[in-house]
Design a binder for this molecule. Structure first.
Ligand SMILES: NC(=O)c1ccc[n+]([C@@H]2O[C@H](COP(=O)([O-])OP(=O)(O)OC[C@H]3O[C@@H](n4cnc5c(N)ncnc54)[C@H](O)[C@@H]3O)[C@@H](O)[C@H]2O)c1
Length: 338
């Protein structure tokens, strides 16, 4: 059993990870400034798991507050989720992203060093690959960041790897997520995007509830089987379980590791829409729009390194993602026939 701090602990991926860690017997402690999450998440987690989670309201950029939190709740490792994640916003407000993501990570690492915590799992993103030459993408593919958000993720990865190389950290796992989707099957926790969702699944669920009139499909002339963009969607509970296994790996193994977390299967936008319609019985009106600049035709992971290093593979498919995302969104929208 390990004691672990989740920064950004009330967020979408962290809250699901808290469930997976608890199921594996770990003691979890949440730190969040609630800039992009609801304050009732810890209470939802308590009802879901039957366990009460210690929660500290603090900003990771505040090394004194994080250090005090680590003194109050000594941990074996940190899983660092706290970050801003909207690609568009990162281009209009780059300093904000450097501040939250890079300065925030430095302050956290300082606090960890002060409290003798030397192991970290870090939330990175497949966005660091930019336009890949081929899919499936392996971890040694070139990194070609295309926006400030991606840049901050790559800098944070390098920061953690440098600290592992120089002995400040003992172990690091940089986890490159592909496209997280879905929710816990209980519909007690899920994704709560603020404003217009950037990602396909939350947008589609809001179309299904009637909150939005149609789904924009950006580009249907890509060189893919049906012309629409292909991505590697991964169920958030598979992702959560990967964090638990990565944590257990870095507790026993020193050094720096960078791994992809995806299913290894590419799904097109139209395939996802069809899966959603059949899993939920709801029709999704479509609006075909031009390609968005910077969008890639197709990318999906080679997830074999995660299997080899810590025995992880995705167990859930797009139907599970659609069903669980819909249960969560329908419940929030007060729709009961799910
Ligand atoms: N969701 C995705 O599609 C995706 C894909 C790849 C990588 N990631 C990365 O995974 C991590 C988690 O993403 P998510 O989708 O769960 O996002 P999220 O916004 O739901 O969660 C992030 C949490 O961090 C908190 N937070 C942000 N800045 C903070 C700060 N300075 N101090 C304390 N708390 C702070 C927010 O309030 C929120 O609860 C992020 O680092 C994100 O960049 C997400």
């Amino acid at each position: 059993m390990a004691r672990v701090l989740l920064t950004g602990g009330a967020g979408y991926i962290a809250s699901h990870t808290a469930v997976a860690l608890t199921e594996r017997g770990h003691a979890v402690f949440l730190l969040d400034n609630f800039c992009n999450s609801a304050r009732d998440v810890p209470e939802r987690l308590r009802r879901l798991t039957g366990r009460t989670f210690a929660v500290i309201e603090a900003d990771v950029r505040d090394a004194v507050a994080v250090s005090a939190a680590l003194a109050a709740f000594p941990v074996d490792a940190v899983i660092h989720f706290a970050a801003l994640k909207a690609v568009g916003e990162s281009e209009t407000n780059p300093l904000l992203y450097y501040d939250y993501n890079i300065i925030g990570t430095i302050r956290l690492l300082e606090a960890m060093q002060a409290r003798d915590v030397h192991r970290i799992v870090f939330s990175s993103s497949a966005t660091v690959y930019g336009q890949p030459d081929v899919s499936p993408i392996q971890e040694n593919a070139p990194t070609r960041v295309q926006n400030i958000y991606g840049r901050t993720k790559l800098v944070m990865e390098d920061l953690c790897a440098d600290l592992a190389r120089t002995g400040v950290l003992k172990a690091v796992a940089n986890l490159r997520y592909f496209n997280p989707a879905g929710a816990h099957p209980s519909a007690m926790i899920g994704e709560t995007p603020t404003g217009v969702p950037n990602n396909l699944m939350p947008y589609m669920t809001q179309v299904a509830t009637g909150e939005r009139p149609y789904l924009n499909v950006f580009g249907n002339d890509y060189e893919t089987p049906d012309g629409t963009g292909v991505r590697d969607y991964i169920h958030v509970m598979d992702l959560a379980e990967a964090h638990a296994l990565a944590l257990e790996h870095i507790l026993d193994n020193d050094g720096a590791l960078t791994v992809n977390l995806g299913t290894g299967t590419g799904i097109s936008v139209l395939e996802m829409v069809r899966a959603f319609e059949s899993a939920t019985g709801r029709k999704i009106p479509l609006n075909f729009a031009p390609r968005r600049p910077g969008d890639v035709a197709s990318y999906y992971a080679d997830p074999s390194l995660a299997a080899q290093k810590f025995g992880w593979k995705a167990n859930r498919d797009v139907n599970d993602m659609c069903r669980d995302a819909w249960r969560w969104q329908a419940k929030r929208a007060g729709i009961n026939d799910v």
